[in-house]
Design a protein around this ligand. Sequence first.
Ligand SMILES: [Zn+2]
Length: 205
Amino acid sequence: MNRKLFGLFLVFLIALPSLAYSKDYVVRRVIDGDTVVLESGETVRYIGVDAPEMAKKKGGAEFFAREATRFNKRLVLLKKVRLEFDQEKKDAYGRLLAYVYVKGVFVNGELVRQGYARAMIKPPNTRYKDMLISYQREAMEKDAGLWQEKKKDTERSYVGNKRAYTFHRPSCPSAAKIPPKNRIMFTTRTDPIKIGYTPCRRCKP
Ligand SMILES: [Zn+2]
């Protein structure tokens, strides 16, 4: 067998198990920019991204939420998708946590790259962390999508948690509980957001 053919044969052998196990799913409903429902009825929350919320308790949809939902629909609704899982297959609400692909498109990445979602790093599911953060940098530089909204700094500093990838106002009780080795200070709220930190749900910095 010539060398080239043998190479192809090897590639085929290596790809075989993934072909056998790759399963297609169909998206039946799009809830928002980062959550969908499959034909099986299971909900999928995209990993590594956070799209603006459609329905907050007061005040309706967040800035760019409708656009993000529409974009997500265009990518995945009623399409066959491939799901890739990271360390945890499900979250506390029983939703599947996945990287989603439609043909050659990495949906989680596209959402971030075009400014429809922020990169959100949540250990231990961090396989594409660096890629998502660099996509986000691209979107921020262009003021794409949700980055058109400029939020003012209301604090002189913010306290980050290096382990949880979250950040707080200095007065937040959760900030006081961060062990010194995991503590990191920021002077603007954009700095932690740039590297995939999520604002605390309690003190909402
Ligand atoms: Zn907080």
